[in-house]
Design a protein around this ligand. Structure first.
Ligand SMILES: [Zn+2]
Length: 525
C-alpha cells in the first residue's frame, strides 16, 4: 500500500478510495492463488514476493521522482555513468538497502511459518470473495477514469482504465515496464547488425555549394493553428513574424500522434506503412556523416532509447539533465554553432516544447497556471489555452534566437523546424485534450513546418524558390528526411526527388497516413 499512499496527492481518485482499491486488489489476488494452490505458503510466496519487490522499487521512485517507475527510468538505471543517475542512486542508497531488508524479513517469516496449513472448507466462498474484491477495486478505478483528464483523451476508456489504474501501477507497473524495455531491446538487438552495416550509399558528398550549417529542430506537442505567423488572432509569434526568408507551410501533418512513434518516423526513412524500418535503418545523422558533415545532437528530451541511437552523432549533449527547459537551448546552441567553423555541421535539436515549464516573462496571456498546475477539465479550458499560447511565445523566442545565432555566422545555412505531433485543446466543443487519441484529430496532426535560409543560402537557390512554391501543398513528416538531404545537396541511393519538398518535381500526395497503435490510418485530402 505504501507506494499508493505516497502517490495519492497527484492522484485523481480520492486518497482513501485509491488505497482501498489496492487493498481489494491484493486481497482478490491472494484469495485466487489460495483457492488454486490450497496453500498459505504458496499464496504468500507467489503474490507476496513480486508485490514486496514492486513495493520497494516504487516507494523509491515515488519518493524521489514522484511517479511510478517508467521504462525510461529503468533504462537510466542501466547507464550509471551520468550525473543524474549518480545523484539518483546516491539518494536511493538507503531506500535500496531498506527494500532488501524488507524482502529478507518477508522471506524469513514465510520460511519460518511455512508449515502452517489452512483448512479450506468452502472453496466457492473463497472465489466469490475474491471476485467481489476485484469488482470493488474495478469500480473504484472506473470512478477514477471518469474524474480524470483521461475522460477527455478520446481513447477507449475501459482499456485506458485498465492500463492506467492497474497495469501502469504498483504492483504490475514494474513488470509492465520491464516488458516494454525488453521488447524494444529485442527489436534493437534483432536489427543491430542490419543497422550497423546499413549504408546510404552517398553519391554526392559536401562541396563548395553545400550549406555550411544545417539545423534540424524537432518540436514537441506543437500545433499549427496557435501561431500568429499562421494567422492566429493572438500575437503568439512576434519574433518569427519579423524574420525574413522564413517559409511556414500551411498543410503540413505529422504521421504519428504520440512522441515515441512520431520521432523515429521523422528521423528515419520509415513511413507508417514501413514502420519496422526504424529499427533496421540508420537515422538522418549517419546520412550527413557519410556525406562529410560533423554531426551534433542537442537533446532536451531523452528520446534515444526509442532507437538506441545515442551514439550516432559525433557529439551528443544531454541537455534534459539540466532541466533548464527550452530557454537553455540558446547558450548550448551558441557554443556548438560557433565552434570549429571550418567544418560543415548538422545540428539536430530535440525540444521539450509543450511539456516544458514556461518562464514567467513569457506568461503574457492570463489567467494562466503560473507556477502551479491546472486540472484538465472543460471548465478550465481558457486557462489551459492561455498556458499553451504562452508556451508558443517561448517557442517563438527560442526558435528566433536559434535563427539569429545561425545567421550571425555569415555563412550559407538552413534551419528546418517541425514537431512530432500537435495537441487537442478542447476545440470546437469537443471533449478532447492533449494527444494520442485512438482516432487522431486534425489538431493532433496538423503541425507547423518552418524552413528558414540565410542570405547566402537563399540567393539564387532554386531549391528555396521551390519551397516557396510548395508552401500550400500537402506535406508530411515523411518528407523531412529527403527534404533535409536535398537542401544539403546530399544524394544517396534511396533518394527520390519527388519526395523532396525542395525539388521542382515534388508530388503532392492524395492522402496522408498516421501510425496509431500498430495500425496505419489513411486520411484523404
Ligand atoms: Zn510528443
Amino acid at each position: 500500500m505504501i507506494p499508493d499512499i505516497l502517490f495519492f496527492q497527484s492522484d485523481s481518485i480520492p486518497h482513501p478510495l485509491a488505497v482501498l482499491g489496492r487493498v481489494f486488489l491484493l486481497l482478490s489476488l491472494l484469495l485466487a492463488v489460495l483457492w488454486a494452490t490450497k496453500s498459505l505458503f504458496w499464496a504468500y510466496l507467489i503474490v507476496g514476493i513480486p508485490y514486496v519487490l514492486s513495493s520497494s522499487i516504487e516507494i523509491t521512485n515515488v519518493s524521489i521522482l514522484s511517479s511510478f517507475i517508467e521504462a525510461e527510468g529503468l533504462q537510466a538505471l542501466r547507464y550509471t555513468t551520468s550525473g543524474e543517475i549518480e545523484e539518483f542512486i546516491g539518494g536511493f542508497r538507503s531506500y535500496v538497502l531498506m527494500s532488501f531488508v524488507v524482502i529478507a524479513i518477508y522471506a524469513y517469516f514465510l520460511y519460518r511459518y511455512r508449515s502452517i496449513s489452512l483448512v479450506i472448507k468452502n472453496r466457492t466462498t473463497l472465489i466469490l470473495l475474491a471476485s467481489l474484491c476485484l469488482l470493488l477495486s474495478c469500480m473504484i478505478s472506473t470512478a477514477g477514469v471518469v474524474n480524470s483528464s483521461l475522460y477527455y483523451s478520446g481513447q477507449n476508456l475501459l482499456w485506458m482504465g485498465l492500463k492506467r489504474y492497474y497495469i501502469q501501477r504498483h504492483p504490475f507497473n514494474l513488470y509492465y515496464q520491464i516488458r516494454a524495455v525488453a521488447k524494444s531491446d529485442y527489436q534493437i538487438y534483432r536489427f543491430k547488425e542490419a543497422k550497423e552495416s546499413y549504408r546510404f550509399g552517398v553519391q554526392r558528398t559536401i562541396d563548395a555549394t553545400s550549406p555550411k550549417i544545417v539545423v534540424f529542430v524537432i518540436g514537441e506537442r506543437i500545433r499549427y493553428g496557435n501561431w500568429s505567423l499562421n494567422g492566429y488572432a493572438r500575437e503568439t509569434s512576434p519574433n518569427l513574424d519579423k524574420i525574413e526568408n522564413l517559409i511556414s507551410f500551411d498543410e503540413h501533418y505529422s504521421n504519428g500522434n504520440v512522441t515515441y512513434t512520431s520521432i523515429p518516423l521523422m528521423i528515419t526513412q520509415a513511413t507508417p506503412q514501413t514502420y519496422g524500418e526504424i529499427y533496421a535503418q540508420k537515422t538522418i545523422i549517419p546520412l550527413f556523416k557519410e556525406a562529410g558533415y560533423e554531426t551534433h545532437w542537442i537533446s532536451n528530451q531523452n528520446v534515444f532509447e526509442y532507437l538506441g541511437n545515442e551514439k550516432e552523432s559525433d557529439f551528443t549533449y544531454e541537455l534534459f539533465r539540466t532541466r533548464a527547459g527550452d530557454i537553455g537551448l540558446i547558450p548550448a546552441f551558441d557554443s556548438v554553432v560557433r565552434n570549429n567553423p571550418s567544418r560543415n555541421k548538422l545540428i539536430v535539436i530535440n525540444m521539450v516544447g509543450g511539456h516544458g515549464r514556461v518562464p514567467s516573462r513569457f506568461r503574457v496571456f492570463s489567467p494562466n497556471s503560473g507556477d502551479g498546475y491546472t486540472p484538465v477539465s472543460r471548465e478550465n479550458a481558457p486557462i489551459l489555452v492561455n498556458d499553451y499560447d504562452n508556451m508558443i511565445l517561448l517557442q517563438d523566442y527560442v526558435l528566433s534566437e536559434l535563427i539569429h545565432l545561425t545567421d550571425k555566422q555569415g555563412v550559407s545555412a538552413v534551419l528546418l523546424f517541425a514537431p512530432d505531433h500537435g495537441s487537442n485543446l478542447f476545440d470546437d466543443g469537443t471533449n478532447l485534450f492533449a494527444y494520442g487519441s485512438a482516432h487522431p484529430t486534425e489538431k493532433e496532426t496538423h503541425i507547423p513546418l518552418f524552413i528558414w535560409g540565410s542570405h547566402d543560402f537563399v540567393e539564387g537557390n532554386e531549391k528555396f524558390s521551390n519551397l516557396r512554391n510548395h508552401k500550400n501543398l500537402l506535406t508530411t513528416n515523411n518528407d523531412i528526411f529527403s527534404t533535409l538531404a536535398d537542401l544539403a545537396n546530399i544524394q544517396y541511393e534511396s533518394f527520390v526527388r519527388q519526395k523532396s519538398i525542395a525539388d521542382s518535381s515534388y508530388v503532392e500526395p492524395s492522402s496522408r497516413f498516421v501510425y496509431v497503435h500498430n495500425e496505419v490510418m489513411e486520411f484523404k485530402r
